[in-house]
Design a protein. Structure first.
Length: 399
């Protein structure tokens, strides 16, 4: 008796619906969850054919399914789980997972169906598909648009002659492009960031593996677009002549150590950045933000154009006359025929292949260094790596 009461209590409180029918398909019992799922009262279903809870074509074919099993013994549903459609009292259809078992009870056979409502899971799945599709489309369209504009700008540069008027026109085109890029890409970048956060909230509803894959692609695209935008915004400020050095005295060692740790986070597999300082002094007087941007660009290039399991050397030196910053990699190097144009805006060496970049970074580095009265020197050999050296005159007071 106690076992029967316990079994009854379990059935009554189960979150999934439980329905029993006889061999003719008539409903014998339903637990509260089943009544809630289908929207009926118990007396409205007891004794009725189970097919009233099914939409067409299953509704018309159900009795035939049951008779076929009882005649041939071939199981199509019994003992298996599958996803089917249900029909609520209000006429709406919904998806649910159905598992049916056959039970020998006293001197007769009854069939027990276990119903798990999939409505919320399906809604979440469709929402995730919608967000993923929209985000991928947005990233692809914006990336293609940017690539097209970069191509058009590069073609315009090649066609421009050395005449002063065409050079001015090219600069005007660059400024218009930078302004347009700032407005056109800032809003979708913010939108994508917000949508990524929303998608992450739905991950717990299903297998996250495919969603994580798309999220990774979206986040990479956002990072790439952000880097490109930052390059163009830096170029715009330089073209407008609003960038001025803000000299300040700071300790170059902790500055460089922090920068090294930050850049190590984006290295490839087993790439190592080694930092070393030479000199008894460690305080320098430069614009910290401009210097940081220059070094980030050079170290990023070293990471990007070097392979896995390689060493990147970063060093600083202070002597009586100069502050010296050196970044050396063991990457693909710069072809000799490309080295003369290396600091021109939008120029990229022909051996960069599919490695992403705008061709603006080194031009910005050169201009920032010149603003601080410094010089840029480099040495490079294909397949043997590249070494960049930034040299600045020592300063004892703010300029």
């Amino acid at each position: 008796m106690e076992s029967a009461k316990l079994l009854r209590a379990i059935i009554e409180t189960a979150m999934d619906g439980i329905i029993t029918i006889d061999t003719t398909g008539k409903i014998e019992s339903l637990n509260p969850s089943a009544l809630k799922i289908f929207g009926y009262q118990e007396d409205e279903l007891t004794g009725k054919n189970i097919s009233m809870l099914m939409p067409e074509p299953d509704k018309s074919k159900h009795d035939g399914y049951l008779l076929h099993y009882q005649t041939t013994g071939q199981k199509k549903i019994i003992g298996k789980g599958r996803e089917v459609k249900g029909l609520r009292k209000d006429g709406t259809q919904f998806p649910f997972r159905l598992a049916v078992s056959e039970v020998q009870y006293e001197d007769r056979i009854i069939y027990t169906g276990f119903v798990h409502d999939l409505s919320k899971e399906k809604e979440a799945e469709e929402l995730l598909k919608k967000y993923t599709s929209e985000l991928e489309g947005l990233v692809e369209n914006r990336t293609l648009s940017l690539q097209q504009m970069l191509t058009e700008l590069a073609e315009a540069k090649e066609e421009a002659s050395v005449s002063l008027e065409k050079e001015r026109e090219l600069n005007r085109m660059k400024s218009r492009f930078v302004s347009m890029a700032s407005h056109e890409f800032r809003t979708p970048l913010s939108s994508m960031q917000l949508s990524v956060v929303l998608i992450e909230k739905y991950l717990e509803l299903q297998d996250p593996a495919p969603i994580n894959k798309h999220l990774h692609k979206i986040k990479n695209a956002i990072g790439s677009l952000t880097a490109i935008l930052n390059d163009f915004l830096s170029l715009e400020k330089l073209e407008a002549g609003v960038v001025r050095p803000n000299y300040q005295t700071f300790d170059v060692v902790p500055f460089s150590e922090e920068l090294t740790e930050e850049m190590q986070l984006i290295t490839k597999e087993d790439q190592m950045i080694i930092y070393q300082h030479t000199g008894s002094e460690s305080e320098i007087n430069l614009d910290q933000n401009l210097l940081r941007n220059c070094l980030i660009n050079l170290i990023s290039n070293a990471i990007k154009y070097s392979g896995e399991h390689t060493l990147i050397e970063f060093s600083t030196e202070i002597n009586e006359e100069h502050y010296i910053f050196t970044v050396k990699d063991n990457g693909i190097g710069i072809p000799e025929e490309d080295q003369g144009a290396l600091f021109q805006p939008f120029f990229r060496a022909h051996n960069t292949g599919n490695i992403s970049g705008t061709g603006l970074g080194l031009n910005i580095v050169l201009r920032y260094v010149n603003l601080m009265d410094g010089t840029v020197h480099f040495e490079s050999h294909p397949q043997r790596g590249t070494r960049f050296v930034l040299t600045f005159p020592t300063k004892t007071e703010n300029s």
